[in-house]
Design a protein around this ligand. Structure first.
Ligand code: HEM
Length: 226
């Protein structure tokens, strides 16, 4: 039995299901991330009537662009084949993700303090921002110390929070489809966009078996996703 590199759940999953799920994640991340980049363009019509658009417009633009880039960079880090064959590219994308996340997370905190939906929404977005920065910082500390399995577990948590950018817009779309105004559901969205993601990540990481870090020099050979 080959050693397992990851600190993930070792329950068997169909490769096809994993590839399809990963493909869907990449597609959504690219679409939602690219849509966020529109904030960088002048004169763009901005859909939700956010107070932050008038109060802290520059910060909102900085946040949308950096968080959108983090969303577009993040999924590639979970492609085992890319990590195995192009470790330098993995590192490069990883630091790019962390840099975008740092800007996106720090700019999210003052935005959260003014978010539409009142104190409960502001608390929800605030905790999301702190969790986003915190999980990524822990992941970086682990990788700098050579603890690869722990690094990967924390990056799963970090990206689960990054994917709040996707969940929020999917839920907004569903609510819009049912004719529910943004203002009515915004407070709930500040929580439902990330709490289920955290639970899903913890289920994915559920420690049925916690493999140790691989032997030095061991390289995964399969092309897969984890
Ligand atoms: C995960 C941590 C994140 C936090 C804490 C966060 C927080 C916020 C806050 C507080 C606002 C302003 C809401 C308001 O004024 O009512 C906002 C807006 C926005 N965020 Fe984030 N955000 C995060 C991640 C992302 C990601 C990954 C994206 C990538 C798509 C993103 C894209 C945007 C965009 C485009 C807006 C402008 C409003 C909109 O189009 O919905 N954010 N974010």
């Amino acid at each position: 039995m080959p050693p397992r590199l990851s600190g993930m759940n070792t329950a068997p999953r169909s490769p096809l299901v994993r590839q399809v799920a990963f493909g869907l994640l990449v597609l959504l991340a690219l679409l939602v991330g690219a849509a966020a980049l529109r904030f960088a363009l002048p004169g763009q019509p901005l859909a939700p009537p956010l107070p932050n658009l008038t109060v802290q417009r520059e910060l909102l633009v900085i946040h949308a662009v950096s968080a959108g880039l983090a969303l577009m960079l993040g999924p590639w880090q979970f492609a085992a084949g890319l990590r195995a064959r192009r470790p330098r590219l993995h590192r490069c994308i990883g630091y790019g993700y962390a840099a975008c996340l740092l800007v996106g997370g720090l700019s999210a905190l003052p935005l959260a303090a003014q978010a539409m939906g009142g104190p409960l929404a502001q608390l929800g977005f605030g905790l999301l921002g702190l969790g986003w920065l915190g999980t990524t910082a822990v992941a970086l500390v682990h990788v700098r110390a050579g603890r690869i399995a722990a690094h990967r577990r924390w990056m799963v948590r970090s990206f689960a929070l990054t994917a709040a950018g996707i969940s929020l817009r999917l839920q907004l779309g569903v609510a819009g489809g049912f004719g529910v105004p943004v203002e009515v559901i915004y407070t709930a969205l500040a929580w439902t966009c990330w709490v289920p993601n955290v639970l899903a990540a913890e289920l994915w990481l559920w420690p049925k078996a916690q493999p140790a870090d691989p032997e030095p020099g061991w390289e995964p050979t399969r092309l897969g996703v984890d």
